[in-house]
Ligand binder design. Structure first.
Ligand code: PLP
Length: 375
């Protein structure tokens, strides 16, 4: 006997990147920041008084909200704190998308293909359909994207920018045009999980002069601020959208420790920015090094690169997809984890998180071993 709803029974659950317990693994598979959080963050966690743990936390993460508003030039009513960016995604789907079968518009999410693989899983959990539009060959968003989403009558469009898993960054003008076309039809959530490693962000979309009442930006402390283990993210957007999301969240969705740490992290952005610069420098070096080894490397504005390995290793010719899967296994045996997606369009590629210079050197060495020795 199974008691769960049909859509949960048939659900293909999200597969997160491997999280090994052992400390000797070089983890370049889940886009974590290779550097630790700054000292001010660790101090803030240590200084949380016992009384703050005895009591319930601020329901809306009041102090964090104030700081985030100030940092981004918005009002606190335009900020919502969440248990990781992932909670914001789940909230947005449950707040803006009707469920399959309801005789109404605004059913389903609209996404690009490929995209962050959690989106369709969250849609399935909510029992709302997914409209998926393929990206162009260079991972840019097709010009007809927003119009097609309006025709599909989706409730929420999720665009990850910079894009995952390619690393491509779309210009603000393009996002603006998408938001304008969707206005009055659907909410646009721009997932900026990787924005700290990019040249520009989508904040201009929230400028009042654009009168966009349908835009939310997702931010996370997991990548740029080295706090993936803390589980803290936030949304920025029109106050009406934020108020709607706020109604649907758990009463205490973020905790006293994470609120203190996230507030300190935003107050000390300069410290985190040092790690962004280091990652950006290494991203360039790794891209060049891999291209000189005949890898195809997508230009990236994130803390990872999507690469296509050459289909010859150790003098042996492999199919494109075999080469990526083979290199993934070879690296794993050498205690280096990267991400392999067994998905259409990605089977010949690996997504590699940028690590410290030492980790990256170890990866290059292992790749050289694969290229010369093969399987
Ligand atoms: C594109 C994208 N969006 C959102 C997230 C959510 O991150 P978190 O829940 O750690 O804040 C991730 C995490 O990997 C991501 O890759």
């Amino acid at each position: 006997m199974s008691y769960e709803r049909d859509n949960i029974r048939s659900l293909d659950a999200y597969t997160p990147g491997e999280q090994p317990d052992r400390g000797d693994v070089i983890k370049l598979n889940t886009n974590e920041n290779p550097y630790p959080p700054c000292e001010a963050v660790m101090r803030a966690i240590g200084q949380v008084p016992a009384d703050a743990l005895r009591r319930y936390p601020s329901p809306q993460a009041g102090r964090f909200r104030q700081i985030a508003a100030q940092v981004h030039g918005l009002s606190p009513q335009q900020v919502i704190a969440t248990n990781g960016g992932d909670e914001l995604l789940r909230l947005a789907i449950s707040v803006f998308c009707n469920v399959e079968g309801e005789p109404s518009k605004r059913t389903g999410i609209g996404v690009t293909e490929p995209t962050y693989s959690l989106y369709p899983v969250l849609a399935s959990i909510h029992n709302t359909p997914v409209t998926s539009i393929p990206l162009n060959a260079d991972y840019s968003i097709p010009d007809s994207f927003a119009k097609d989403m309006v025709s599909s009558e989706v409730g929420l469009v999720l665009v990850v920018n910079p894009h995952a898993p390619s690393g491509r960054l779309e210009p603000v003008e393009k996002l603006l045009a998408i938001a304008e076309t969707l206005r009055g039809h659907a909410v646009l959530l721009v997932d900026e999980a990787y924005v700290d490693f990019a040249e520009i962000d989508a904040l201009p979309l929230l400028d009042e002069k654009h009168e966009l009442d349908n835009v939310i930006l997702l931010r996370t402390m997991s990548k740029g601020y080295s706090l993936a283990g803390l589980r803290f993210g936030y949304g920025l957007g029109h106050a009406n959208l934020i108020a709607a999301l706020d109604k649907a969240r758990d009463s205490y969705n973020t905790n006293a420790l994470s609120q203190a740490a996230a507030a300190a992290a935003l107050e000390h952005r300069d410290a985190a920015a040092t790690s962004w610069q280091a990652v950006i420098g290494e991203r360039q070096r790794m891209g060049d090094a891999l291209m000189s080894r005949r890898f195809m490397v997508q230009p990236s504005q994130t803390n990872f690169i999507l690469v296509t390995p050459p289909a010859i290793a150790g003098g042996q010719r492999l199919s494109d997809a075999d080469a990526a899967a083979d290199l993934y296994q070879f690296l794993k045996a050498a205690n280096i984890l990267v991400r392999y997606f067994d998905h259409e369009g990605l089977r010949d590629k690996l997504r590699i998180t940028i690590g410290t210079p030492q980790q990256n050197d170890a990866l290059l060495q292992a790749i050289d071993d694969w290229l010369t020795a093969g399987r």
